[in-house]
Design a protein around this ligand. Sequence first.
Ligand SMILES: Nc1nc2c(ncn2[C@@H]2O[C@H](COP(=O)(O)OP(=O)(O)O)[C@@H](O)[C@H]2O)c(=O)[nH]1
Ligand SMILES: [Mg+2]
Length: 325
Amino acid sequence: MQNLQKLISGLRSGDRLSLSKCITLAESEASAHQDLKDELIREIEKEEYRTFRLAVTGLPGSGKSTLIDSLGMHWVERGHKVAVLAVDPSSSFSMGSVLGDKTRMTRLAASENAFIRPSPSRLKLGGIAAHTYETILLCEAAGFDRIIIETVGVGQSETMAASLSDACLLVLVSGTGDDIQGVKKGILETADFVFVNKADGPTEKQAKAYAADLQSISSLWPRRRTGQQAEVMSGSALGDIHTNELLTRLEHFFRTVLNSGTWAMHRKDQKQEWFHSVWKEWMFKHLQSSAWLRSLLQQAEHDLDKGKLVSAILPRLKQKVREKF
Ligand SMILES: Nc1nc2c(ncn2[C@@H]2O[C@H](COP(=O)(O)OP(=O)(O)O)[C@@H](O)[C@H]2O)c(=O)[nH]1
Ligand SMILES: [Mg+2]
């Protein structure tokens, strides 16, 4: 426990090694670590910092990491400390995206005031939300005031990242066909900012036209939690072209959110999200280890094996569980 206090004071002094160790501890599923982990989180949860959490979503290859390198460096140059957390449920299958991210964020990776943490590869999606939230708290305790969560823009991960963040930036590229699909899938519904990237070289015109198209339909999208309309821009992350405009708008957004009651509301919602994520994980594990449920499942599997229909087994199974709880 004394060691934990030392670790926590190291963390609070901004020591990166302590931060890494704390994240590893929070990530640990070993039963021997659970008490320490609980104590760590209990200590950290007491403090609240007026930081900003930005989710960056979009399909692989749209330029998220490149854009984050550009935005992050601007913030570092203005005295902020920037943490980038990658959330990629698929990274347990391939390390490619993680390595890709590090090579795209070379400036941030070399900066003393930035911290890049790849996606925890062992965790399932359910656990990732809780883990990401805890990592955010730890980074904030270490003095990082701009937290960027980069996700692959598919499935639930980007909705999850948005629910843990104060603002959501969607990165699109024109002409891939995916962008239209993105609009359909409702990805836009979580975005506060839409940045059409790669508005440079031969793709400049197309990107600008696409941004203009999106802009013209943006009034049809649902309003954000802040009551504002999503803002659409185009630019080039690679050449830092027009990322200044994005920065100005983000800063304005941050100020508005901080000065209104929205920030406190976000924090409450994010806490709820964290709580439910941990609770669901725990419930699931707990139920899985229940002898009663296991024998019920074994019986069902046996019946299936004997040729019984799923549609016959499931209602009975559900009924038994309902009676029990
Ligand atoms: N032309 C151009 N290429 C870009 C731009 N931003 C990123 N890229 C390239 O797009 C590819 C994917 O970028 P990356 O940041 O890894 O995308 P991510 O998968 O969304 O994180 C890389 O080859 C980048 O160099 C841009 O603004 N213009
Ligand atoms: Mg990336």
